[in-house]
Design a protein around this ligand. Sequence first.
Ligand code: NAP
Length: 297
Amino acid sequence: MFDVAIIGAGPAGMSAAIYARRAGLSVAVFEGEMCGGQMILTPDVENYPGFTHISGAELSFSMSEQMKSLGAKLIESRVQAVKANEHYTVCTSDGDFESKTLIIANGAKRKRLGIAGEEKFSGRGVSYCAVCDGMFFKGKTVCVVGGGNTALEDAVYLAGICEKVYLIHRRDEFRAKGMLVEKVKAAENIEILYSAVPTEIFGDSRVKSLRVKDASGERDIETSAVFVAIGLVPENGIFEGLVSLADGYILASDDTHTSREGVFAAGDTRTKSLRQIITAAADGATAATEAEKYLHG
Ligand code: NAP
């Protein structure tokens, strides 16, 4: 029986583990992929205090090392279900684990475009991770879709590897922060297509072109890859019935309390206004502290 079971090892889950271990609680962290979550997919982190610049992968590695060195048990399994009885049972493909409290920190996943060709060419030119796949397209032309921080960061990263980057955004104004917009506009090999939406991806065994529609009609852009960065979607289906959800996110306030006692939600998975590494880390610290208070009455 663990004091705290943490589902997800992104910045929220790992911070929760660090705080819970430092409070003397026994901690299990469940992660079905690599530690880091969305953070590990981020090429350059430039807004986490203490680091003028660090890659998402480096920051993920250093957080996971800190968490493990403090004695949190990392269980590298995907959580399939959670049962609430007297305590909580976390069910994974590697068995069931009991815990007195639960911190849900499973983050969110990249949204799909939902256009023809996207699924067919997924992994064959369609990518949701510029850091993971960018090098496959060294010296080539690629497209990035989206107008948020992720899309613009991806475009800047890819511009350093690829010959040309088309950045395709559905409006005439970016929602990404100003410094990133300036970087994108300053890059000579990024061409911005405003008020344009992708409608279909074509290819043979790999992506060859992307059809884009704007006010003047449709045109096909020759491209080797389409990087999709159009936002996040929560994946909280397994928690329906356990806690209340709102638009798929776990309903929780800044104190991370959910609709069920003893269950806390931290980071991108919960209802919140600012989804950043630092706010996820802050949530993790809060959730661990609230779990400790709950355990100690
Ligand atoms: P986001 O901020 O939600 O932006 C999504 C972008 O994709 C928006 O520009 C949106 O257009 C566009 N979009 C959405 N659906 C679309 C569709 N079906 N077709 C075409 N375009 C579509 O998502 P994100 O950039 O992935 O960021 C997610 C969260 O992480 C945000 O809170 C963000 O601030 C944070 N983040 C922060 C950093 C950082 O601080 N360095 C880095 C990465 C991410 P509209 O603008 O028209 O809605």
